[in-house]
Design a protein around this ligand. Structure first.
Ligand code: ES4
Ligand code: ZN
Length: 321
């Protein structure tokens, strides 16, 4: 049973869990006028041609998130749904610049999300950690400023990542940001090889010294890169339905997941932006099971990969297995 398989989620943007119903509720609560006639009109916008077409809607909808309460309500709603999906541990991304750039204080978004996370074990039986992701299509100097402020606030984060529009925004631009994070003992991950070329995956590894790659599916185009990822057991946080909905692959049947597993890559399954792609972690597992005929041991192996790839102490892994 998919829902009873203990699951670990390593690639989940909290902003990507903002469901249309909650958008309407928060707009009402905060007196914000939305450019949609009603809920159905909003739902009709969820048709994407590529990463950028999705990001346009994702960023626009964030206008409804204003107060700490909004951020903690958003986070609690995700945790409740994740509990139903059988998630036991989640390492959650948030995009501070998507909020500070529209005048929301850094402390408002960080505190709102982390307050909900602080109750997650007792309320939902899900352990969590928070990773802040920097927007690669904004200046690296801004990312550096935000990271510096997060460090001075002693924000409860375990690591940093890199996301948003990939092509034309290579990892090399963010070397200084990641060096600062590493100097402060933060874990490092980056989106790479989603729409961008294998070269960006190499840069994330060599220059940013990340220990996980988010997506990474285009790594398959470079045999030497695949060998490196396999030999060094670098996890890839793959998001099957995200890739379909953003047209990185045409259909789930065309997804390279089976090829990735056959090459011996340390693949994990994740939901990315479930409210936008219509699929939480259980839905992603179910889709793979139905499409590729994965049996129970194969599904359990994918879950174990995520336990191995998580930023946890060994004693914390045991209860998840
Ligand atoms: C994202 Cl699917 C994806 N790719 C890059 N950046 C993102 N931010 C939120 N979802
Ligand atoms: Zn992502």
């Amino acid at each position: 049973m998919i829902t009873t398989l203990p699951k670990v989620e390593l690639h989940l943007h909290i902003e990507g869990t903002l469901e249309p119903e909650l958008i309407m509720q928060l707009a009402e609560r905060n007196g914000i006028r939305l450019p949609y006639a009603d809920l159905d009109d909003l739902r009709r916008q969820y048709e994407f041609t590529d990463l950028q077409s999705f990001l346009n809607l994702y960023y626009a909808n964030l206008d409804v998130l204003v107060t700490e309460q909004d951020f903690s309500d958003l986070t609690r709603a995700y945790l409740k749904r994740a509990q139903a999906a059988g998630v036991r541990h989640a390492e959650i991304f948030m995009d501070p610049q998507a909020h500070t750039s529209r005048g929301i204080a850094l402390a408002t978004c960080v505190n709102g999300v982390s307050q909900a996370l602080a109750d997650s074990v007792t309320e939902f039986g899900i352990s969590t950690s928070l990773i802040v992701t920097f927007l690669r299509d904004r200046p690296a100097a801004e990312a550096l400023e935000v990271l510096t402020e997060l460090i001075s606030l002693d924000a409860p984060i375990i690591g940093i990542g890199l996301d948003s529009a990939e092509v034309g925004h290579p990892p090399i631009d963010f070397v200084e940001v990641f060096a600062l994070a590493r100097a402060h003992g933060l874990e490092c991950v980056a989106h790479a090889g989603e729409e961008g070329p294998p070269e960006y995956v190499w840069q994330a590894l060599d220059l940013l010294k990340v220990s996980r790659i988010d997506h990474g599916i285009r790594s398959l185009e470079d045999d030497a890169l695949v060998d490196y990822l396999v030999q060094n057991e670098i996890p890839l946080t793959v998001c099957p339905f995200s890739n379909v909905r953003l047209r990185v692959v045409d259909r789930l049947e065309d997804h390279p997941l089976p090829a990735m597993l056959a090459r011996g890559l340390l693949v994990t399954i994740n939901s990315d932006d479930p409210a936008y792609f219509g699929s939480y972690l259980d839905d992603n597992f179910r889709g793979l099971q139905q499409t590729f005929g994965l049996d129970a041991p194969a599904m359990a192996a994918l879950s174990r990969n995520a336990v191995q790839a998580a930023f946890l102490a060994d004693a914390e892994r045991a209860p998840l297995l």
